[in-house]
Write a protein that binds this ligand. Structure first.
Ligand code: NAP
Length: 609
């Protein structure tokens, strides 16, 4: 479908820019690192546990036994449930805090919400459900509806336990089951548990002094209050005409809501600490002719092509099928190599990185120039310019965001010098010593992604054999077999960015993990095994394999301006990719397949009934 040409990018003075990047990083580094954020608990619990979309219905607590508990009903949980069914495991429940399937797409319904990466790669189980996204970048309602579609198509609703939050997980050695307790008073004993909480499950709040003092309305983007704003996720916020609104945060969520708030509010004040880098959205409807031309397996090819751009590199002559901001640097570099007949230089990894770095600097300069061309006030334009490398932060795609700052009812406040908003008062937000009085504060402050694992999971206690805490076991870093199971914690499996292979389509990673986990659970059932866990030796061997394949990107990471990607710049902080097996996503795929083909559950200690 795509006819993808390289993007024209300007010449740059890399050395001068590098120094500027470092200065911009230093301006924002905070000694508290991740601790600057407040957890959504106690008086702030409603920012996480409250559901503005669907009233929670009273129900009696549940108790009893279960074969498999899948914790989370977003795409990871749905894919896992589908793979369990395929493997013949049908006694499972999907336990989910939301009132429906969808995960992030259930919770995040803020105006403007849209997928930021190629929907054809991202939305799972397309061929299986016969669905094709309407556009390259789906809107949030299409994603939520697709989660519902998967739920209906595979009969997963009958397995769901909604509006239920796991409070604790403890391995009971006598029962050889996981005792699960929930916020609804349930006590469920599950033989197996699969953790499918996803990376964006729990909103975090900026630890701004006085945040609890505000007398107006306040909410997080992940729990949008349409009662207050009017409108829906496509905009039309018609209740804000007399309201002064503040937004704190200009990451992916902030950038998507800001144009809609500006269109609806009497006045909008945007508090920006670090600007995002904004690619053209350039969305387009799905071309029916392209759809007709697709052969079975097209999606796997597309996902692999995306992977090559993001985590490996194209082979000579390979087209860029994705053709957006995610692939700009790789696409431009490939074009240069074609022009100069330079592909052989890639044999030298240092040369490859240098080539890539040049394209990265040029691409970021192009985006800065785009801001200067779009935003009429030069001072505002300057504040909006991002000075850091591509992939220091998550790329953002929007065509309406930058023009929003040309509106008379929008004020941009740069809070970088004070490393964030200074204070919240009863009446509003203080920055640069000025109090901005507002009626409503919207926190676009992100999620517990690279804060500590106990904050992200919010499960306490979380204990395996002999009462050992998972948080202690992984206290000095992840220790797993293949990124999915860990010694001392029988019958529990992990999905997500832990110690596996990473790829550009997160849902493809979930598929790889679900295939493997479903296989192990089905085999355990078939062989009458009551407890299955990696041996200490197998776990150590995988940790060593991961170490042996480590890519040292520490200079890149530490030179980045702080954010959740680099754990707020904390040395040795958690990476949002976990502790990846850099040997490669597709290498791991082959390894896992051979492991399953061998059929001997190598590296797992098993106990028979
Ligand atoms: P985020 O990227 O973590 O952004 C949080 C924002 O809050 C940042 O701009 C941050 O500034 C700002 N902030 C935090 N504390 C502050 C303070 N004290 N004062 C002023 N500003 C403060 O969160 P997000 O935008 O919700 O996005 C999180 C992730 O969710 C994304 O990266 C993406 O992976 C996913 N997401 C995806 C989509 C999509 O695909 N459509 C949409 C939304 C989110 P600093 O940058 O200076 O820290």
């Amino acid at each position: 479908m795509e006819n993808c040409s390289p993007t024209q990018t300007p010449e740059v003075d890399r050395e001068a820019l590098r120094l500027k990047y470092l200065a911009e990083r230093d301006k924002r580094l905070r000694p508290e690192g991740q601790q600057q954020y407040l957890e959504a608990e106690d008086e702030f619990a409603d920012f996480y546990e409250g559901d503005p979309h669907l009233p929670v219905q009273a129900r009696e607590p549940i108790s009893g036994e279960l074969e498999v508990a899948v914790l989370g009903g977003g795409f990871a949980g749905l894919i896992t449930a589908h793979r369990l069914q395929q493997a013949g495991v049908t006694d499972f429940r999907i336990i989910e805090l939301g009132g429906d399937f969808g995960g992030v797409w259930y919770w995040n319904r803020y105006p403007g919400i849209q997928v930021d990466s190629d929907s054809y790669c991202y939305l799972p189980l397309l061929e299986e459900t016969g669905f094709m996204p309407k556009e390259k970048f789906s809107h949030g309602d299409e994603c939520y509806e697709h989660a519902q579609r998967i739920g209906r198509h595979f009969g997963l609703y009958e397995h769901a336990l909604f509006h239920t939050l796991i409070r604790s997980l403890e391995w009971d050695a006598q029962l050889e089951r996981w005792r699960i307790t929930t916020n609804r008073g349930d006590t469920i004993d599950a033989h197996f548990v699969v953790m499918c909480q996803g990376p964006y499950n729990r909103p975090k709040l900026p630890g701004i002094p006085g945040i609890a003092d505000f007398d107006g309305h306040i909410f997080h983007t992940a729990r949008w209050d349409y009662e207050y704003t009017g409108g829906n996720l496509h905009g039309g916020l018609d209740k804000l005409g007399d309201k002064r609104i503040a937004v704190i945060g200009t990451g992916s969520s902030g950038v998507q809501v800001i144009p809609h708030l500006a269109a609806g509010a009497k006045h909008l004040t945007v508090f920006q600490r670090t600007p995002s880098y904004i690619f053209e959205r350039d969305n387009h409807p799905t071309d029916p002719e392209w759809v007709k031309s697709l052969e079975p397996g097209w999606r796997a090819d597309r996902q692999r092509n995306f992977h090559n751009a993001a985590f490996a590199f194209y082979s000579p002559g390979e087209p860029d099928l994705i053709c957006d901001g995610w692939t700009e640097v790789a696409r431009n570099l490939a074009a240069k190599l074609n022009e100069t007949n330079g592909w052989t230089a890639l044999a030298d990894p240092a040369k490859f990185l240098e080539f890539k770095e040049i394209e990265d600097y040029r691409s970021m300069e192009r985006l800065r120039q785009r801001i200067a061309q779009t935003v009429t006030d030069p001072e505002t334009a300057e504040i909006l310019k991002p000075y850091y490398r591509n992939m220091c932060k998550r790329p953002v795609f929007n065509d309406d965001y930058l023009p929003t700052f040309n509106r008379p009812n929008v004020t941009l406040v740069d809070v970088s010098a004070s490393k964030g908003v200074e204070r919240i008062t009863e009446k509003g937000v203080v920055a640069g010593g000025v109090e901005y009085e507002v009626d409503c504060i919207i926190l676009a402050s992100g999620f517990e992604i690279t804060t500590s694992l106990d904050r992200q999971y919010d499960i306490e206690p979380f204990t395996g054999r002999d009462g050992r805490s998972l948080y202690e076991h992984w206290g000095k870093g992840f220790r797993t077999l293949h990124g999915m199971s860990t010694h001392g914690f029988p019958n529990i499996y992990f999905t997500g960015f832990i110690q596996g292979g990473v790829t550009a389509a997160t849902t493809l990673m979930f598929e790889q993990q679900a295939d493997h986990i479903a296989y192990i659970i089905a085999e355990a059932k078939a062989r009458g095994l009551t407890a299955v866990e990696p041996t200490e030796a197998a776990e150590q061997e995988w940790v060593s394999t991961v170490r042996a394949n480590t890519v040292d990107n520490s200079t890149f990471v530490t030179e980045c301006t702080p954010g959740y990607y680099n754990s707020e710049g904390e040395p040795n902080g958690r990476s949002f990719l976990g502790d990846p097996f850099w040997g490669g996503f597709y290498v791991l795929e082959e390894l896992l397949q051979s492991w399953r083909d061998a059929g001997d559950l190598a590296g797992l200690s098993t106990k028979e009934r």
